[in-house]
Design a binder for this molecule. Sequence first.
Ligand code: ANZ
Ligand code: ZN
Length: 878
Amino acid sequence: MNDDGYDHRSVERRYQEAWDEADVYRTPDDVSDPTYVLGMYPYPSGELHMGHVRNYTITDAYGRFNRMRGEDVLHPMGWDAFGLPAENAAKERDTNPRDWTFDCIDTMRRQMESMGFGYDWDREITTCTPEYYRWNQWLFGRLHEEGLVEQRDAEVNWCPDCETVLADEQVEGEAELCWRCDTPVEQRELEQWFLKITEYADELIDTLDELKGWPDSVRQMQRNWIGRQYGTTLPFEIDSHGTVEAFTTRADTVYGATFFALAPDHPISQELIKTDDAVHEFIHHEADPEGDEPNGVRTDLTATNPVTGEELPVFVADFVLSDVGTGALMGVPGHDDRDHVFATKMGVDIVPVIAPSDEDDVDVSESAFTDDGVLINSGEYSGLDSETAREQITEDTEAAELTTQYRLRDWGISRQRYWGTPIPVVRCSECGPVLVPESELPVELPEFVNTTGNPLDAATDWKETTCPECGGEAVRETDTMDTFVDSSWYFLRYVSPELTDAPFDLDRANDWMPVDQYVGGIEHAVMHLLYSRFITKFFADAEGLEHREPFTNLLAQGMVQLDGSKMSKSKGNVVSPQEIVEDYGADTARLFMMQAAQPERAFDWTEEGVRSTYAFLTRLYDLVESFDPETATGEHDAVAAYVESEIDATIAVATEEYESLTFNIALREAQGLVRTLRQYADYTEPHAATFERGLQTAVLLLSPVAPHIAEALYDELGGEGFVVNAAWPESDADRSTAEDRRRLVENTREDVRQIIEVAGIDDPERIDVVVAPEWKYRALEVAVESDAPNVIGELMQIPEIKKQGQAAADYGKDLQAEREALSVGLAVDEEYEALSAAAWLIEREFDAPVRVVRAADADESTVSKATPGRPAIDILET
Ligand code: ANZ
Ligand code: ZN
């Protein structure tokens, strides 16, 4: 090691090379069930940002921790390499998406290596390679065979000037203009491909309850996204148009229906356009489904309420959504907020039919009453509660049916772009759309052509083909797949990335899945995770995968902020990881991030935090370097014993915190240990073995987060091989006792400080720390356990306490006053021992000898002030 102190550049370079040479991060195929730790793979934008660094430091630290605990760890990395930005970048730079993407990947891989992330690069996957995307095509084929693919018309953004489809991101502003030519964008119906995720809606929602390792918030977001509702479809008769079904969750309010409403693109509305000018005008010029206000137009139709027989006016209204329920609803303004606003605006009656309880009346003139309650004004159903009424009305009404509705829609995967997986379909004028047979996969992307439209449309040679079924002329599907298809199964590919005859090795996937710990951004809480769950279930049903959920534990990492707002390019407040690595090193960046906050929380990046982290590493480096076991001649005395117990306590706490990924607390522990060691060396000649064990422990505990410097120090301390492969330190210390001891010592030191300050003592001659008498510990125990309203009586029944007379009565009063907050801590002997062991810390701080005294050996007036957990302090001045 060089003597000029900590040089992060040479340390980090040296160990990155050494790890690489020794191939330490490989996960051999023959391990039986590695701990699978995975960070969401990045889009290769060409630049690693702080969000990535945080994400991947979390998985790296967790992976390293598990590895040191003797687990085989699978920790792979890959690239979510398809997508629109590459296509745009290629157009701007006059290159092609493939070259641009691979350049970006090379840059980012290098940046990741400079961060010291321990990946098994042999398992790297890149979704834009035919070796990968052919399995997207295969998956599409399998889904198709299982009846889970459907083609239907769906709307896309269309620029009439460029004659091309636009992605949502290419439509700009309120006015919805084409990003390229500023022409107003239109909607067009286009045949597109859908994966029928809705077939799995129930399972996707039901099994959320079992995902105990996921944040509740994410599970709730998925639940809302799937949006299951139980309700009834009621049949309404509309003059000359026959039966029209309406979905309601509130069949109990059917007597309060005062209007009926159709979505603008409901078939009846569309028919009315032709004959009713007002409907025409409304649908084409006024309807605004995204607006805050419900708008509508009255038609001259009426609908018959199937329960009451009443005739209701029929409206076409923009708040009725065509893809929800049946695209038609019964309006109940008395009990639905939106209906209330609409009815008020349109002058429709508002009738109350649900009251809070039997006796109550309800006023719905100003606003709707939306809770369940008891039916009123509802004929034979009056008096029933809402729930019973819903069942009863559904049962009694002919053609009414219990229905489950979902907000979830099938997954539209067609993208009219070049840089994605070609959908493996050929369109034949004779046979229609025909799946490309597996033997002809992959359908590879042709060379990129720079055009305003979809490059695949312009690739004539590629596009023109023959039909796999009849051999006649046919054209290829020019749509490519949503990149969420790629990411819906990439975690399975890592188990056997080179496999050429299947997407993944089934046996190995059965052994290695599910991912034990998944880490990524909250922005993926819905789509990516839902699609991954869906495809995993599909693999379970269709391919024999023995797992129905892909990710056992999920951590959504918090944002990295600067001055309170998210670091982002568009805000111009980014700190580049590369610069930090140059100036302070990867270890500093990693350590600062992990100690700044719990991984789920947002935290503020500060230069000051980075500097103080760097200073800590430098001090640690110097401490290790200046330690020489040959010349350390200290005894194994009480101070050494204290340090030993601190080492054990630190291990116990840090291990638990690493287990739960609360790195910030684990690191605070490790740093606390380093501080104790420095104080030790400062106070006395340290005992060599104790001090060495302390340093080793600190290095081991820091190593998952700051692996490079840990390697250097581990080596300096005589460790064998790499710290990466070292065993995690063990301890049998009990965490809660250890924490009680520390708290006791800390509070006592604080009390001494207070007294010295308040009493204005300049130069204390001696400090006595007096432990409370044993009977007070007994009294405390009784007070905690007792459920008597007043504990004093109970205390006085105990002879040992009663015998203390007035002192017992006074203490009993104190205990009674603080009943709620009491808890039992250390026993009297444990306190005496803990304080004796830590006396040197007090001596060192106040530069005066310290005596820890038992109650029996101190004078009465001091003893009376001591309580369990709070010794009395007596300071003698010179
Ligand atoms: C009558 C009714 C009475 C409703 C009442 C609600 C309350 P939420 O609102 O989440 O419970 N609905 C049905 N089809 C619709 C469509 N195509 N577009 C917009 N809204 C539609 O969702 C269920 C309710 O949404 C349904 O229950 C229906 O209004 C409305 F006191 O029917 B309800
Ligand atoms: Zn054909």
